[in-house]
Design a protein around this ligand. Structure first.
Ligand code: TRP
Length: 333
């Protein structure tokens, strides 16, 4: 059975390996069998970048380039821009009535983002409610599956609570959604922090040059107790191994490397060189395709325009259904 997939990214920077392992790889697979929508969440990006619209504008194109370069195919996936679908904003307005302030303040992802950004009580209202707008994104497309990294699980939970309440108040319009998590799980940043992110400045980008990849891997944390190559080293908590686990295709070889590292006799530089080769092999073709595609931004924008029109017609349909259920269909009864 063909399922509907909806997911998205905030255009606050280029996409990185954390996105790749957490969700992009899943999307490349899912587009083959399902009806997939991918949204560039410019409206959501503005919730904590209100003063910087130029940054969001630029990164819409960068994110679209990343999608195409990794193999998201616009003939199979509808790629669109959030702000071009005003129906999402309207649906958000109705959903706002179904969620309490206390519930929003309990959202663990929002909580940790607020702490990281130091917002406190001065959090922009739009930022605090973004999980509600994200529920509107998901539900407007009646998505079955949402391929995201695990940090987005609270958003799915929030969306499902809205489904329950909306349907209870107004009738059965929406259905519950499921997160599609990657096998790799969350990829740590190169500094060992739990999440790779642009704002933490600890990411390897899908567009990084060979030199940048090399430098970032050489800077990675390993086992601080592993000083000489002969010393036995730790694999758990060793960032280089987290990356090898995520991106090293040859699992048998990786097991051998782990054994040797733990026994002693494998130096950090040699270990890191293996990772550099693996990452360069992965990123090189992406970087090359990106180069070529970036020469024709007009073609990308036109693809986004077409995708957004298609996405809008779906969201319109759902909104009118929702409004009918809410008795807001004044002239079409
Ligand atoms: N919050 C997501 C992120 O930070 C982006 C996003 C917006 C999204 N709307 C969505 C993801 C809907 C999945 C479904 O990357």
């Amino acid at each position: 059975m063909k399922k509907t997939i909806l997911t998205g990214d905030r255009p606050t920077g280029k996409l990185h390996l954390g996105h790749y392992a957490g969700s992009l790889l899943n999307r490349i697979k899912l587009q083959e069998q399902h009806n997939q929508f991918i949204m560039i969440a410019d409206t959501q990006a503005l919730t904590d970048n209100a003063e910087n619209p130029a940054k969001i504008r630029e990164n819409v194109l960068e994110v679209a380039l990343d999608y195409l370069a990794i193999g998201i195919d616009p003939n199979k996936t509808t790629i669109f821009i959030q702000s071009l679908i005003p129906e999402l904003a309207e649906l958000t307005m109705y959903f706002l009535n179904l969620v309490t302030l206390a519930r929003l303040q309990r959202n663990p992802t929002v909580k940790s983002e607020m702490a990281q950004k130091g917002f406190g009580a001065d959090v922009p209202a739009g930022f605090l409610i973004y999980p509600i707008s994200q529920a509107a994104d998901i539900l407007a497309f009646k998505a079955d599956l949402v391929p995201v990294g695990e940090d987005q699980l609270p958003m799915i939970e929030q969306a499902n609570e809205i489904v329950e309440k909306f349907n209870r108040f107004y009738g059965p319009v929406f259905k519950k959604v499921k997160a599609e998590l990657s096998e790799t799980g969350r990829l740590p940043g190169i500094d060992g922090k739990s999440k790779m992110s642009k704002s933490l400045d600890n990411a390897i980008y899908l567009s990084d040059t060979a030199e940048e990849i090399k430098k970032k891997v050489m800077d990675m944390y390993t086992d601080p107790g592993h000083i000489h190559a002969e010393d036995p080293g730790k694999v758990e908590g060793n960032i280089v191994f987290s990356y090898l686990d995520a991106f090293g295709a040859d699992k048998k070889e990786l097991e051998k490397i782990k054994e040797r590292y733990q026994r002693g006799g494998l130096g950090d530089v040699a270990l890191k060189e293996k990772l550099i080769n693996i990452l360069e092999e992965l990123i090189n073709p992406i970087r090359e395709r990106r180069e070529i595609l970036s020469k024709n931004p007009k073609a990308i924008m036109s693809m986004l325009e077409t995708g957004s029109e298609k996405a809008r017609s779906v969201a319109k349909e759902t909104l009118s259904e929702a409004k009918k259920a809410m008795r807001l269909n004044y002239f079409s009864e």
